[in-house]
Every structure is written in C-alpha cells, then in structure tokens.
Design a protein. Structure first.
Length: 224
C-alpha cells in the first residue's frame, strides 16, 4: 500500500506541466503527505475546465475503512468504482512516493523514497467521490490507483502508483471517454528500471513530520 508521497513542485510548475486552466485550491511543496490529509488533484469541473482542486486523501464509504489506494484491476468489478471511473477521474500530482525496505542487520525496515529521475513531476491516476455536505459545501475524497510492482522492486515494494504518461493524462482527464476498455491500457505499472529508490529518514512514518529532509538520501550500510 502507498501511504506516503511527496510533492515538491510549486503551483506554477504544476499548472504548466498539466495545462491547468484555473486554480480553485492548491497544496504544493509537501514532503510527507499522509492519508486523510488534504491534497491537490487535477480534475474537470462542471464546465469541463481543467482545474486544480483539493480533496481528502482516502475515500470513506460507510461499508469500508479509509480507501487511500485502489487496485486498478478491481475498477471494472464494483458498481461504486465504475460510477467514479466514468465521470470522476483525476490526476494526483506527485514527486515521489514512500515505501520501506530492510537492510542488513537493521531490526526495523528503512523508509525509502522512490522517484522517476527523468520525470520530476508525476501524474498518478486517481478517482474521486463528491457530494454536498449538509452545510452546502462541496466535499471530495480521492483514492490513488495502484498496480503490482515489477522487477527487483517487487520484493520489498509489492505495489506502486499508476503513473500516467502524456497520452494517459489526456485520456484520463477526457470527459468524453467513459468506456473502461479505452482507459485500461494506461493502467499498467511503470517498469521498475525507470525508477530510483533510496533510503531516507524514518521520521516520515510520523504523519505530523513535514520537512525537506524527508526526501534527502541518507547513507545505510549494505545499501544496494
């Protein structure tokens, strides 16, 4: 499960990268984003304008616990996911995501930060739910789509976020595409060799810890 990620880009960089036309709410320069926090998402508003909005990270349906991740292979199976898949797709901008790996004789796993060196700003596929609160305010909650990791990474990081390429971003945010069969091709895991994972401070396990050193590489004996 992916329960931590970083977003070190500024709002302007996110707007330029993803062709955002309007900023409603934006949260950037984050180093340790955790479930139930408010995150930035890219979505189409009711006028089909591409906007930067905010959302709670983690669906909270009454029949299940917080759903911060959703396996992409289940999207075509569950009615409530199908509903969101048709009309409520979004992009979660991301710079890197966290996992954990055991090294040598260390008793506790070491936090790891995974990035794509050729892509400093990533587009993670997401779907969101939206409703009106009793006070009239619009509320959103988002879940991040994941896929099985590949290669040597899969030994310690079983799942990775679904990272979209440029074509995938355009299709995922296209409101005219509602058939899952036309979107499925974009929901594969990125090849592990395209990513780089490195050890970071275990302080990222603390959901209240938010500092630039969260993404700084540290030396660990037997790191490979």
């Amino acid at each position: 499960m992916i329960e931590r990620f970083s977003l070190t880009a500024e709002i302007g960089q996110i707007m330029e990268k993803f062709g955002i036309q309007k900023v409603m709410h934006g949260h950037a320069s984050r180093f340790n984003i955790t479930p139930t926090q408010t995150v930035s998402i890219i979505m189409n508003d009711r006028h089909d304008t591409r906007v930067l909005q905010d959302s709670r990270w983690g669906l909270f349906p009454f029949w299940a616990k917080d759903s911060v991740n959703t396996d992409h292979s289940t999207l075509g199976e569950k009615p409530f996911l199908q509903r969101m898949l048709k009309r409520q797709r979004c992009i979660i901008p991301c710079s890197g995501f966290y996992g954990q790996k055991t090294f040598g004789n260390e008793r506790d796993p070491r936090a790891m930060h995974t990035v794509v060196p050729t892509q400093p700003l990533l587009a993670i596929a997401g779907i969101y739910d939206c409703w009106r609160h009793v006070n009239g305010k619009e509320v959103r909650a988002v879940t991040m789509l994941t896929a099985e990791a590949s290669g040597s990474m899969s030994v310690w990081q079983p799942r990775v976020p679904v990272i979209l390429d440029e074509e995938g971003v355009e299709d995922w945010l296209d409101p005219k595409l509602t058939e899952f069969s036309r979107l499925r091709k974009h929901l594969e895991a990125m090849e592990g060799y395209l990513m780089r994972s490195y050890p970071v401070t275990n302080a990222v396990r603390d959901e209240w810890y938010e500092s630039p050193d969260c993404i700084n590489e540290i030396a660990v004996p037997d790191f490979a």
